[in-house]
Write a protein that binds this ligand. Structure first.
Ligand SMILES: Nc1ncnc2c1ncn2[C@@H]1O[C@H](COP(=O)(O)OP(=O)(O)O)[C@@H](O)[C@H]1O
Ligand SMILES: [Mg+2]
Length: 249
């Protein structure tokens, strides 16, 4: 069976650009003619609103009913870009999964029937650790850790790295695609310091930064992606480059 490349965007911190990165990467790949499915594992359900849609309890239903996941796929109004949206009920699904002691393969198992239909499956995750994140990572070939460079948040990253190492010891076959510095601002000392320290702590793992760009905030508020709102912007070029790089890994 053909297998899609599965990519998770994760960081236990909120507001670091996970959702923006997941949606932008997904749309770029779709524009390149790939069939892309975004799965929103964050109970805040912001993936679909960032695409102009409505949060819905599809992730909950998919995880709890464990029936054919196709029925939970929604169209985004963009060619080749599909989504399984979530909302706050996703948190309940996470509790149920923990209570039922679902295996580490739970997310992979539930999505498998969809594999042959997509080239890429992209997981956006909640700003927390454990349950759903770990199971999403287990299902993933690549993990991207967006991290804001406004302040240094290496403690969160170290914890994520520990999680990845732990999963690798249990037989996880995927790998860290890299740490993605976001909100990069060449004008501020914090940003420069943060990048330098990231490179020190995590040599070879730091990806090309995404600059701070007000237009990305406007995109999310208006339900448009950067490729629709401002395809020639630096932010669009940076996200296109990230997505293209991920296809090479
Ligand atoms: N590079 C950036 N520059 C400016 N604003 C950004 C950037 N990336 C994301 N944002 C905005 O910052 C907020 C948090 O980003 P988001 O992607 O939702 O983070 P997370 O999913 O990690 O919580 C959103 O309003 C988003 O539009
Ligand atoms: Mg988010």
């Amino acid at each position: 069976m053909a297998k899609p490349k599965v990519i998770t965007f994760a960081n236990q911190k909120g507001g670091v650009g996970k959702t923006t990165s997941a949606v932008s990467t997904g749309h770029h790949l779709a524009k390149e003619g790939k069939e892309v499915l975004i799965v929103d594992f964050d109970p805040q359900g912001q993936c679909f609103t960032a695409l102009g849609g409505n949060a819905e309890n599809c992730v909950f239903n998919m995880l709890i009913q464990q029936s054919d996941p196709r029925q939970w796929v929604r169209e985004t109004g963009r060619e080749s870009l599909h989504i399984i949206p979530g909302n706050r009920t996703t948190a309940t699904a996470q509790i149920v999964m923990s209570a039922e002691n679902r295996p580490i393969t739970a997310v992979q198992d539930v999505l498998k029937p969809l594999y042959k239909e997509y080239d890429y499956i992209i997981f956006d995750t909640a700003p927390s650790v454990g349950g759903l994140q770990e199971r999403a990572v287990w299902a993933s070939d690549l993990v991207v850790l967006p991290t804001a460079t406004e302040y240094l948040s290496s403690d969160g990253l170290i914890q994520m790295m520990t999680t990845l190492t732990g999963l690798a010891e249990k037989g996880w076959k995927g790998k860290l695609a890299g740490i993605l510095p976001t909100f990069y601002d060449t004008q501020t000392k914090q940003s420069q310091t943060a990048i330098t320290q990231l490179q020190e702590y995590f040599p070879d793992s730091v990806l090309t930064p995404i600059h701070r760009a007000t237009i990305l905030r406007e995109c999310a508020a208006e339900g448009m992606t950067i490729f629709e709102k401002s395809p020639k912007s630096r932010a669009a070029k940076e996200y296109a480059a990230l997505a293209d790089y991920l296809t090479t890994l």
